[in-house]
Design a protein around this ligand. Structure first.
Ligand code: RAM
Length: 361
C-alpha cells in the first residue's frame, strides 16, 4: 500500500519534471541557449554547420597572441581585437612571446589550448611550427583566427589579411623603383620564417623580373628579427657591405624604423633611401627630417578589430570559415569570407610628408 502510493508520487514527480523540462526547452530563445555556456557538446555536434542568423554569444573568452610583445604594430592590432571582443560582450586576454622566433609561440599555445578558450586570435611567427598545436586546439572546439601573418591553411579557420599579399608585394617593388630608380637595393626583413614578410618578398622578387624594373638589382635580403637593435645593426651592416646601395626596402614596422634611425644619424642621410611598411607615428620624424620620402601601411587596429569579430562569429556558430559566408564586423560592416578562409581588409595607404600628419597610429 505504502509502496504503491510512493510509486504514484514518484510517477507524478517524474511527469512534473518532464513537463517543466519540455516547457523550458520550447520556451527558450536562441539567446538563452547560446549563452548557457553548457551548450558545448551541442555546439561541437553542430561543428561545421553555420547559422548566419545565430546571435553572437555573450561572455566569449578569447586569447589574443601577437608575434611578440612590445612591437608597437602588434600592440595596435591587438588593441583592435580586444575592442571587438569587448564590444560583443566577451573578454580578451593578450598573451605572447617576447621574441618573434619560429617556435616562440608553441609552448604558450599548448598551455592556452589546455584552458580551452572559445577562440584564439594570433599573428603567426612560422606557418608550420604552430600548426600541430593549433590543430589540436581546433579539435577541442577552440576556434582559430590568424591575422597579419598566417599559419598553415588547415591549422586555422580564418585568416585576416591586411591587404592582398599580391598588392603588398607589388607595392614594395614600386617603392624600390620610386626611391632608387635603378641600381642596387636591399631588403631588411623581419625573421627568416615570418609568413607575411616571406610571402610579400616572394611577390616583390617576381615583380622585379618584369621589364619595367630593369636596372634594379636586389643584392641582399637581411633579417633583423623584428628586434629594434638587431634591425639597426643589420641596416648598418648592409650599408657598409654594399656601398652602392640606393635604397633599403623594409617590409616590417620594426625594421623600417630602425633603418631610418640609423640612416638619419649617418653619412648616408640623403643618399640612401629607406622605404617599406611603417606606422606613421614611428616614421613621422624621419619623414620630416628628409630620411624617408614614402612608406606604406594599413590600419593595424582595423586588422585586429576584424579578427576579433571573425573569432566571435566563429565561436557563436554564425560562420564556420567557408568561402562565401558573411558576418557583421561592427563598425567595419558586413564581411564575406573569400577563398582559403581569407578575409582581406583593404588596400594600404602610402604616407608622404604631404599626408602623414593626418594619421595618428
Ligand atoms: C611588423 C610585423 C608585422 C607586419 C608589420 C608590417 O610589425 O612583422 O607582422 O605586418 O611589421
Amino acid at each position: 500500500m505504502r509502496d504503491s502510493r510512493f510509486m504514484r508520487m514518484l510517477g507524478l514527480l517524474f511527469a512534473v519534471v518532464l513537463g517543466a523540462a519540455l516547457i523550458t526547452g520550447c520556451g527558450s530563445t536562441k539567446d538563452d541557449s547560446d549563452s548557457s555556456g553548457g551548450g558545448g557538446s551541442a555546439a561541437s555536434a553542430d561543428a561545421g554547420k553555420a547559422d548566419t542568423s545565430a546571435a553572437i554569444k555573450k561572455g566569449l573568452k578569447v586569447v589574443v597572441m601577437p608575434k611578440q610583445l612590445g612591437n608597437p604594430y602588434e600592440e595596435l592590432e591587438d588593441k583592435g581585437t580586444v575592442a571587438a571582443i569587448e564590444e560583443t560582450g566577451g573578454s580578451a586576454k593578450i598573451q605572447g612571446p617576447t621574441d618573434a622566433g619560429a617556435s616562440s609561440q608553441v609552448s604558450l599555445l599548448r598551455s592556452i589550448t589546455q584552458q580551452k578558450p572559445d577562440a584564439i586570435v594570433l599573428a603567426a611567427n612560422d606557418p608550420n611550427a604552430i600548426a600541430p598545436v593549433l590543430k589540436q586546439a581546433m579539435q577541442r572546439g577552440v576556434k582559430v583566427v590568424t591575422q597579419d601573418s598566417d599559419a598553415a591553411k588547415d591549422a586555422r579557420q580564418i585568416f585576416i589579411n591586411q591587404a592582398t599579399t599580391q598588392s603588398i608585394g607589388v607595392q614594395l617593388a614600386k617603392q624600390a623603383k620610386s626611391t632608387a630608380g635603378t641600381g642596387e637595393i636591399a631588403v631588411l626583413s623581419a625573421t627568416a620564417n615570418a609568413p607575411n614578410q616571406n610571402a610579400w618578398i616572394k611577390i616583390m622578387k617576381a615583380e622585379l623580373q618584369k621589364p619595367e624594373y630593369q636596372g634594379l638589382k636586389l643584392v641582399k635580403v637581411a633579417y633583423g628579427d623584428d628586434d629594434d637593435q638587431k634591425s639597426f645593426q643589420q641596416a648598418q651592416g648592409l650599408l657598409s657591405a654594399y656601398p652602392n646601395l640606393k635604397s633599403i626596402i623594409s617590409p616590417t614596422t620594426v625594421g623600417i624604423a630602425a633603418a631610418a634611425r640609423y640612416v638619419s644619424g649617418s653619412k648616408y642621410k640623403g643618399k640612401v633611401a629607406i622605404t617599406g611598411l611603417g606606422t606613421p607615428n614611428q616614421m613621422r620624424k624621419f619623414v620630416k627630417d628628409g630620411t624617408v620620402s614614402e612608406f606604406a601601411l594599413w590600419n593595424p587596429e582595423d586588422v585586429g578589430y576584424l579578427g576579433g569579430y571573425a573569432a566571435a562569429a566563429l565561436a557563436s556558430g554564425q560562420i564556420s570559415g567557408k568561402q562565401g559566408e558573411s558576418f557583421k564586423a561592427g563598425k567595419l560592416g558586413t564581411k564575406t569570407i573569400g577563398a582559403d578562409g581569407e578575409i582581406v581588409l583593404g588596400p594600404p595607404t602610402t604616407f608622404t610628408k604631404d599626408n602623414i600628419d593626418k594619421f595618428d597610429f
